[in-house]
Design a protein around this ligand. Structure first.
Ligand SMILES: [Cu+2]
Length: 166
């Protein structure tokens, strides 16, 4: 039996982000899943590195971190990823996000002080090496999306997968 550890986190949740969340689709329901896609995360790329989805399709992504570093699996627009990156940098500076681990205690402590920090995002996973997670996502929007890792340096290194719609 493998241990599933889902770490869905956020920083600086705000209404602008909430508005853009709707633009990228929505959290899917298990009984509407039509496809399961297994994705492996390495240092620093995804396999597969591109996805074709149909409008309104609900997909379950089963994500496993095969690398030696912490990686993120985040479904969003390019603009949202770019905006999210300074927040990830802040997590590194606060020593919550380390190269190969996440300080979950510190993350919890921070969430107590700032409830915005505790808000869970349905569109992203942050996984330590050997961890697995799942995201069920309904592609109800036709926005241009990409899956990316916003751990500092990884996006720039090419840790991004394109999503295309028919
Ligand atoms: Cu990464």
């Amino acid at each position: 039996m493998f241990k599933i550890l889902l770490i869905i986190f956020s920083l600086l949740f705000n209404s602008a982000y909430a508005a853009s969340m709707k633009m990228i689709g929505e959290k899917g329901k298990q009984n509407e899943v039509t496809r399961e896609i297994v994705v492996k995360m390495y240092d620093n790329y995804y396999e597969p590195d591109s996805f074709k989805v149909n409008k309104n399709e609900t997909i379950k992504f089963i994500v496993e971190n095969m690398g030696e570093l912490v990686h993120e699996y985040n479904i969003a627009t390019k603009e949202m990823h770019i905006k999210h990156q300074p927040e990830m940098q802040k997590m590194v500076e606060m020593e919550i996000l380390l190269a190969d681990t996440i300080d979950k205690e510190k993350m919890k402590e921070m969430a107590k002080k700032d409830h915005a920090m505790a808000h869970k995002h349905a569109n992203s996973l942050l996984l330590e090496p050997k961890e697995k997670g799942e995201i069920i996502w309904k592609f109800s929007s036709s926005a241009k999306l990409e899956i990316a890792c916003n751990v500092p340096g990884h996006y720039e290194a090419g840790m991004v997968a394109k999503i295309t719609q028919d």
